[in-house]
Design a protein around this ligand. Sequence first.
Ligand code: SF4
Length: 118
Amino acid sequence: MKKKGYMEFVCKRFCSFYKPGSEALACAGYLFFENAFALEAIKDMVERIDITEANPTLLYDSVLRAVCRRCDFLADGCDFREGIPSPPCGGYILLESLIREGILTEDELNRILEETHF
Ligand code: SF4
């Protein structure tokens, strides 16, 4: 079950698949943020992102694969990850934006993945 505050900042804000009442569905993009950061830290990072620049590119595929490969939606079919024109989840968009804007480095992401055993 998703936590309300995290859902507001990761899903409602960034995910085009978000629907009210979908609290039971959590992709790995969402779970990464819930596991890795306090809500206040996410709020702080989100405020520093230019959302209009969010344009997922798979530019950091080698790193983001580490998140997506743990995702239940990958098994069921995530069109974005399969190369079918479709947006990724909000967690993916947020994560890629943080890396692109230098708020989170790929080394920091790898360290978080190791430390949280995500
Ligand atoms: S982009 Fe797709 S596979 Fe990757 S975390 Fe999001 S929903 Fe899951």
